[in-house]
Design a protein around this ligand. Structure first.
Ligand SMILES: Cc1cc2nc3c(=O)[nH]c(=O)nc-3n(C[C@H](O)[C@H](O)[C@H](O)COP(=O)(O)OP(=O)(O)OC[C@H]3O[C@@H](n4cnc5c(N)ncnc54)[C@H](O)[C@@H]3O)c2cc1C
Ligand code: FES
Length: 272
C-alpha cells in the first residue's frame, strides 16, 4: 500500500549532462516496491511547482537485501527537463524529500523467470523503469535494446550483465553510439533473432511515439508485451483523471495510467 513519507537525501549526483541519480534513505517505500512502480515526489518545499512529479523507482533495497549497507535505500534516475527536475538537481545531502509510494501496478514477471526469454526495449530515461527487471530476469535469456537521441541519452547499459544470456543492443538517432537510428528501427531489424512462435516476454518503456511504433511493428501473437506508459500526472493516485489513456476494454475504455498502469498490455492500448 502507498504511504506518504520523507526520504533523506544520501547522494544526488550528475551521471550524464542532463541525468542525475538521487539516492535516499527511505525504508518504508524501499521495503514495498516492485519493478515498474513509481513514486510521486515533491520537488521543492517552496510550493513551486505545486504538483508532485512521478518517477519510477530505479532501485530499492528492502530490509532483507543482502547488501547490508544499502538496506532502506531508494534510488531515482532522472532527467532534468523543467522546473521540478531543475529543483531536484539542487537537492543536498541530508535534505528531506517528501514522497508518496509505491504507486502503480508494476511489471508482471514471467511465471518462470529463470527460463524465460525476455526482451527489454527502452528509450532515454524509460530505461530507469526497465532496469530493475535485470535482477529477477538475469538467470534467463535477456536481450536489452537501449536507445536515445545521442550517446549522452544511453542509460543503464552497465546494469545488465552477469546473467548467462544477456545481449545488449544500442541505437542513437545521431549515430554517436551503436547503430544510427531509433531503438525501434534497430529492434525491428534484429527481430529475426527471435522466434515469433516462442512465448517471449517483452517489456517496453519510452516516449509515446516509440511505444506506438513498436506496437505497430511487433506482430507475433505469442509474445506478451508490457509497456510502462508516460503521462502527465496531477495526483498519481486516481483522483484527478489527468492521466487518462484509451484502451480496448469495452467496460472501461478510458483508464487512469496512475491507477490501472503505468504498465499496460501494449495490444490493449488505443492510439488516438
Ligand atoms: C509513471 C512515470 C514514471 C516516470 N519515471 C521517470 C523517471 O524515472 N525519470 C525521469 O526523469 N522521468 C520520469 N518520468 C517523467 C517525469 O515525471 C517528468 O519528466 C517530470 O514530471 C518533469 O517535471 P518538470 O517539472 O521538470 O518538467 P515540466 O516543467 O513539468 O515539463 C518540462 C517538459 O517535460 C515534458 N514532460 C513533463 N512530464 C512529462 C511526462 N510525464 N511525459 C512526457 N513529457 C513530460 C513537458 O511536456 C515539458 O515539455 C515519469 C513519468 C511517469 C508518468
Ligand atoms: S494522476 Fe491523477 S488520476 Fe492519474
Amino acid at each position: 500500500m502507498a504511504i506518504q513519507t520523507d526520504g533523506i537525501v544520501l547522494n544526488n549526483r550528475r551521471i550524464k549532462p542532463l541525468y542525475f541519480l538521487l539516492e535516499m534513505d527511505c525504508p518504508a517505500i524501499a521495503d514495498e516496491t516492485k519493478p515498474g512502480q513509481f513514486v510521486m515526489l515533491r520537488t521543492s518545499n517552496d510550493g513551486r511547482p505545486l504538483l508532485r512529479r512521478p518517477f519510477s523507482v530505479y532501485r530499492s533495497y528492502p530490509a532483507h537485501h543482502p547488501e547490508k549497507r544499502k538496506r532502506g535505500h531508494l534510488l531515482i534516475l532522472y532527467k532534468m527537463v523543467g522546473q521540478g527536475t531543475r529543483k531536484m538537481a539542487a537537492f543536498k545531502k541530508g535534505e528531506k524529500v517528501n514522497l508518496i509510494g509505491p504507486l502503480g501496478n508494476g511489471f508482471t514477471l514471467p511465471p518462470l523467470p529463470s527460463s524465460a526469454r525476455t526482451i527489454l526495449i527502452g528509450g532515454g530515461v524509460g530505461m530507469a523503469s526497465l532496469s530493475p527487471l535485470n535482477e529477477p530476469l538475469r538467470s534467463g535469456q535477456l536481450s536489452v535494446f537501449i536507445g536515445g537521441k545521442t550517446k549522452d541519452d544511453i542509460l543503464c547499459e552497465n546494469d545488465f550483465g552477469g546473467g548467462k544470456g544477456s545481449n545488449i543492443f544500442i541505437a542513437t538517432e545521431d549515430g554517436s553510439r551503436g547503430k544510427k537510428g531509433t531503438v525501434v528501427t534497430l529492434f525491428l531489424s534484429e527481430m529475426k533473432r527471435f522466434d515469433k512462435n516462442e512465448p517471449y516476454h517483452v517489456y517496453v518503456c519510452g516516449p509515446d511515439e516509440m511505444v506506438k511504433a513498436l506496437s505497430k511493428g511487433i506482430k507475433s501473437g505469442k509474445w506478451t508485451i508490457q509497456a510502462s506508459m508516460e503521462a502527465r500526472m496531477g495526483c498519481g493516485f486516481g483522483a484527478c483523471w489527468g492521466c487518462v489513456l484509451k484502451t480496448t476494454d469495452p467496460q472501461t475504455p478510458y483508464q487512469r495510467v496512475c491507477q490501472a498502469g503505468p504498465v499496460f498490455n501494449l495490444r490493449e492500448i488505443v492510439w488516438e
